[in-house]
Design a protein around this ligand. Structure first.
Ligand SMILES: [Zn+2]
Length: 260
């Protein structure tokens, strides 16, 4: 079996992006109007294992790259020492909220929950953007809070799913430990654009597929690449464990999609 989703492979991807002339901007930079030229927004959803995110953050830092890390307000993600360390490297830190799920669909309670955790995160570092955690098993979509409230009133500049112009940017995500997992994903996908991207040949399975496309200069100028760093490890027991776990999860997700 060929190894993918290892930290070495991740480093290779970053280097090939740099070689291709892409600059790396944070999502906050993008929201502030940095939208010119060839760039990539590297987004990381820290669903669990913040130590894996720290490892990714260090690789990027060594390469002079800044990205954004979204932390959940749950013990398996929220590690205050790691949050501060990642921020100190110049990376952006944001809030990976799931308030509508944790508050069982009650919008007012969810908004209060959101504000409470945002304030706590802001005690650790500056927070300018937020990003919804998909919670595939939840019937609630936490982005729906923003149908009733305005995050801008909390000095939040943007939410990737709501503030990105995907007509000008290709979105790639490692959901399901592959780059074409949007088929099985309940929420981590961009409605209305995926079909067009597929027609343009911008659907990839392995990281090597993306690397090859970059080498052949087949990718557009503006990219958002989302990774879940807990899926990227060195080849060891945890790598195998994650692979097996992800295969089980993919089956569960397919069942959920089928019955939706
Ligand atoms: Zn998430």
């Amino acid at each position: 079996m060929k190894q993918d989703f290892t930290r070495n492979k991740y480093r290779q991807l970053l280097v090939i992006l740099q070689t291709g002339g892409y600059s790396f901007i944070t999502f906050a930079d993008y929201c502030k109007g940095e939208k010119e030229g060839r760039f990539v927004i590297l987004r990381h959803d820290v669903d669990l294992r913040p130590d894996f995110s720290l490892a990714t953050a260090k690789i990027e830092h060594e390469l002079g790259i800044r990205s954004v890390y979204y932390f959940r307000a749950v013990p398996e993600s929220w590690d205050e020492t790691i949050i501060k360390e990642i921020a100190s490297m110049g990376h952006e830190v944001g809030y990976h909220y799931e308030s509508l799920t944790t508050c069982s669909g009650n919008v007012e309670a969810a908004y209060d929950d959101f504000k409470k955790h945002l304030k706590e995160l802001r005690c650790l570092t500056a927070v300018e953007t937020i990003c919804m955690h998909g919670s595939p098993r939840s019937p609630y979509d936490s982005k729906d809070i923003w149908k009733s409230y305005d995050y801008k009133s909390l000095n939040i500049l943007g939410e990737p799913y709501l503030s990105t112009d995907f007509s000008k940017m290709l979105y790639l995500t490692d959901t399901g430990r592959r780059w074409d997992g949007y088929k099985a994903s309940v929420r981590d996908k961009i409605e209305g654009f995926q079909e067009e991207w597929n027609e343009k040949g911008w659907s990839f399975h392995s990281t090597d597929d993306i690397i090859e496309a970059l080498q052949e200069n087949r990718l557009p100028d503006c990219l958002m690449i989302t990774t879940h760093p807990q899926r990227w490890s060195d080849f060891d027991v945890s790598w195998l464990k994650e692979l097996i776990l992800q295969n089980i999860k993919n089956v569960v997700k397919r069942v959920i999609v089928t019955f939706k």
